[in-house]
Design a protein around this ligand. Sequence first.
Ligand SMILES: Cc1ncc(COP(=O)(O)OP(=O)(O)O)c(N)n1
Ligand SMILES: Cc1nc(C(=O)O)sc1CCOP(=O)(O)O
Ligand SMILES: [Mg+2]
Length: 211
Amino acid sequence: MTPSKYSLRPGLYAITDPDLLPDKRLVPAVEAALRGGAVMVQYRDKTSGPSDRLRRASDLLSVCRNAHVPLLINDDPELAKRIGAAGAHLGQEDGELRAARDLLGPDAIIGQTCHASLDLAEAAVKSGADYLAFGRFFPSMTKPGAPAATPEILQQAQQYRLPLSAIGGITLENAPLLIAQGADLLAVIGGLFGTDDVEARARAFTELFNT
Ligand SMILES: Cc1ncc(COP(=O)(O)OP(=O)(O)O)c(N)n1
Ligand SMILES: Cc1nc(C(=O)O)sc1CCOP(=O)(O)O
Ligand SMILES: [Mg+2]
């Protein structure tokens, strides 16, 4: 099934992590994030084998479809195609964006990591990215070695007139700065799924966009 393009709304972009969300917690935690207002979900899982990835991504797709929220698959456009997910997120080492577009079609949402580089952003725009991802803005326990970015890159990237996603160590305390600099999406792992009350945390992130 070919997914139809969802509109990309500003808000919380919930990204899963297998350490924080083992099987038993995965679906309930993502459901809680959706109740709290998450506008997009990414299945990110670097450790599971193919059959577990297929099962978990499929479970998440049902949950996201029920909530009318797009599910993107990290690193793996083939898995996105196989299950009919809304799209994929690609880093600089994750294959050509144009190849993913050919595979997933014009209506898929494809995001690209641009780190802190306007050159990478420009290349992503030319390749047809639907959103541009910048980071890491703050120290991250999930990916401590990710290249650092400063919030000014978000202001500079406004010129591309695409939704801008921010990632890396985002908390309720530092998120307002990123929104003020132009982030449309806050991509959060630990600051969301590392808490006991995921729904309340998601709602608090969501409210930052309404103030
Ligand atoms: C929304 C969003 N932004 C950035 C990333 C990082 O992608 P990448 O550089 O490919 O690193 P990994 O996530 O694959 O470790 C992302 N996944 N999502
Ligand atoms: C997956 C990822 N990519 C990053 C980048 O800068 O590209 S930072 C990061 C980890 C985000 O997790 P947390 O919200 O727990 O810091
Ligand atoms: Mg990647």
